[in-house]
Design a protein around this ligand. Structure first.
Ligand code: ATP
Ligand code: MG
Length: 403
């Protein structure tokens, strides 16, 4: 049996000019963390791709883990052979069979990264093509083959692969700084957070629950969502803030129609205080323009006025159906549709303001001791940590810990 290896391909990183080395090293570090115990011999850089040798019995699991890592454009499962002609033919036959058992056509695409190999790429294509055809009976189709088998002749060995899984693309986590993601237990914010993780940021989540005015179910759901996002290697920590008493205070002292906006402004301020501790560079929310009454341009402006950091809204231009499709793909949809109490519906007025002016919300807030409320929130938060190799926790650490 031949040795196997997962080949990791990356696009965008290769374009990064002088930063390329840093991006590749970060991707390599993230992959080492993602494959964990599946790899015993480490990761090598060979001809602008990363190569991870793997025991055949662990190959499928490794392919799945690698293809979930941001920065990976695709991952392939290769046979590793010598340049011996018979070995190369055998590997091509196995690779074509493994890729798609229902295939009717195939093509071979060879490439030489090692110039000391005498046989030219076209000659390799013809020779291996003839061998695969003779053994399998499949027809050659160069334009639209069911299976494309790539053969790469590198220094010392040959990689032959046809099984290829698309990765998420994007950039390696740890190359774009840190963000604070406002994570509700809903559908949108996990998708928004994933999008920013995919662009190379480390995400630290903040969830506001209605506790003690409600149960803690939304906290459990959000923790499960964060654990799913953590599989990408980009979710570092989730802070949970019991927010019910502060909401109650707002509902007693401020105009009812502004309640939701004032909850949001307080959430933003608490998130910014955490961002200061964490040295994060931006906040992330899951709003989509006009999706619900609170997401009009006026209301977004009224909430943003409480922020000093940039507020990233990666879903601003997305339709709900697109967001749901992505939530399913990343594995958070089922969790987000579980029963839980959304704290924003606490003390909900019958007619919330949909076109608030900044001066209105500022006036509505004038009876609130906002600084004290932020301190109260910070004093009662707890957190859970997830595996993220690029994460540096804040120093000094905030006061309490759940794990
Ligand atoms: P989601 O599906 O993310 O809950 P939504 O469609 O319910 O979003 P809103 O309720 O208007 O929209 O919330 C807008 C954004 O505000 C959310 O995407 C999230 O980023 C943030 N947010 C709302 N509620 C909370 C919460 N309880 N904890 C943390 N962030 C929240
Ligand atoms: Mg929501």
């Amino acid at each position: 049996m031949f040795e196997r290896a997962v080949l990791v391909h990356y696009h965008e990183i290769a374009l990064k000019g002088r930063n390329r080395g840093r991006f590749e090293r970060q991707l390599q570090q993230n992959l080492i963390a993602a494959v964990g115990e599946l790899s015993t011999v480490g990761i090598e850089r060979v001809a602008s791709r990363l190569v991870i040798p793997v025991a055949p019995s662990l190959a499928a699991e490794m392919l799945a883990r690698v293809s979930a890592v941001p920065g990976v454009s695709s991952a392939s499962l290769a046979f590793v052979t010598s340049r011996d002609a018979a070995e190369m033919e055998q590997a091509a036959i196995l690779a074509v069979r493994e890729a798609d058992s229902a295939a009717r056509t195939f093509a071979i695409a060879a490439r030489r990264s090692a110039t000391d190999h005498a046989e030219r790429s076209l000659e390799i294509n013809r020779r291996l093509g003839a061998a695969v055809q003779a053994e399998t009976g499949l027809a050659v189709n160069l334009d639209a083959p069911d299976v494309l088998c790539r053969v790469e002749v590198v220094q010392g060995e040959v990689y032959t692969y046809a099984k290829r899984v698309a990765g998420p693309g994007g950039l390696p986590v740890g190359t774009s700084g840190k963000v604070i993601a406002l994570l509700s237990a809903g559908i949108d914010s996990p998708v928004a957070t994933w999008r920013i993780i995919r662009r190379g940021a480390v995400a630290v989540g903040v969830h506001f629950s209605g506790r003690p005015q409600t149960d803690d179910l939304s906290e459990r759901v959000t923790e499960e969502i964060a654990a799913v996002l953590a599989r990408t290697g980009g979710m570092a920590r989730l802070y949970v803030v019991p927010f019910g008493d502060l909401q109650r205070e707002i509902s007693l002292l401020a105009p009812p129609d502004l309640r939701i906006l004032l909850y949001r402004r307080l959430m933003i301020r608490v998130a910014e205080a955490i961002a200061a501790e964490e040295r994060a560079g931006a906040l992330v929310t899951g709003e989509s323009l006009g999706q619900v009454a609170s997401q009009t341009l006026e209301n977004i402006a009224a909430v943003d006025a409480a922020a000093t950091l940039p507020v990233l809204r990666p879903l601003a231009g997305h339709d709900k159906q697109e967001i749901i499709a992505e939530a399913r793909r990343i594995g958070t949809f089922e969790l987000s549709t579980q029963q839980h109490t959304d704290c924003c519906t606490l003390f909900m007025p019958r007619t919330p303001e949909t076109h608030a002016k900044v001066w209105q919300v500022e006036k509505g807030e004038s009876d609130l001791d906002v600084d004290r409320m932020v301190s109260d929130a910070l004093a009662s938060l707890s957190w859970t940590d997830y595996a993220c190799v690029s994460y540096r926790p804040p120093k000094p650490r905030p006061r309490s810990a759940t794990l």
